[in-house]
Write a new protein. Structure first.
Length: 267
């Protein structure tokens, strides 16, 4: 059992994580999305009763690294994270950007080694659920198992789309496609506020690592998009100047954007 104020290096070997006592699931911000969205009172009590606690990860810290044994799943409650892989020569590939509600660390097979790492883009909080609790939870409450399967399926769809970008889209299309994806996913969760602008904790380096382009190439594409009056990306602030133009550059089917916004499995 995790306890409050225990440095996470005692639990995971990482200095920039802190474990804390479980937060109240009933007031959790992540209930609007993810594993607990639409949970019945009985389901919510069951999840609250089995979770080990919450973990805080500072910006730049790893939730877990490549090659670790993962015996828990993590529900992202606050902040942004990204999944990544590192090649032998140090090159990094960002696989996916995770927003609140994401379920992280679900791996096939007991004791399986992680094939990717997860790093915090911002100060973040995750809810820790022991892997061994998932099977009895899903058997007793099938709705929990269905939501977990739906979340994994949604992430798979995003991963297939990212693979298409790296394999077939032009540099211009890749940049526009990723910016549009993050913009749409963000406003699906926080629909209030200014519709054409958002604070985004992503740098040009992150963009390049996610779509397989050099920093110089990303900078050139962003400059061209700005000069064409389509989008501005400056100091982690994304401003959409011409939404239709951005969709055209990305070569995006509007129905795909709706799939990015989907938050709830079909009943």
């Amino acid at each position: 059992m995790y306890h409050a104020n225990i440095p996470a290096r005692d639990l995971t070997g990482r200095r920039n994580c802190l474990a804390r006592a479980p937060a109240d699931c009933w007031g959790c911000q992540a209930r609007r999305n993810g594993l607990c969205e639409g949970a019945t009172p009985d389901e919510l009590r069951a999840i609250e009763g089995c979770k080990w606690g919450d973990r805080e990860i500072g910006a730049g810290g790893d939730l877990f690294g490549i090659g670790e044994s993962c015996d828990s799943v993590y529900n992202l409650v606050e902040g942004w994270m990204f999944l990544y892989n590192i090649l032998e020569d140090g090159r990094r590939q960002i696989l996916h950007f995770a927003l609140p509600g994401a379920v992280l660390g679900f791996h096939p097979g007991w004791g399986a080694m992680t094939t990717y790492g997860v790093q915090a883009l911002t100060d973040s909080v995750v809810c820790v659920i022991p892997r061994k609790a998932l099977e009895p939870l899903s058997k007793r409450y099938p709705g929990i198992g269905m939501r977990l399967a739906w979340l994994i399926s949604r992430d798979n769809s995003l991963a297939f789309d990212h693979l298409t970008s790296i394999g077939r889209r032009s540099a211009r299309e890749r940049v526009a496609h990723l910016l549009l994806e993050l913009y749409v996913r963000y406003y699906a969760q926080w629909p209030g506020g200014r519709i054409d602008e958002m604070q985004i904790p992503v740098t040009q380096e992150h963009i390049g690592d996610a779509i397989g382009l050099t920093l110089v190439h990303v900078n050139r594409v962003l400059r061209d998009l700005r000069q064409e009056g389509i989008v501005e990306f400056h100091y982690r602030r994304l401003r959409i100047l011409d939404p239709d133009g951005l969709i055209d550059v990305a070569g995006l089917d509007p129905q795909l954007a709706m799939a990015w916004m989907s938050r709830r499995p079909i009943e």
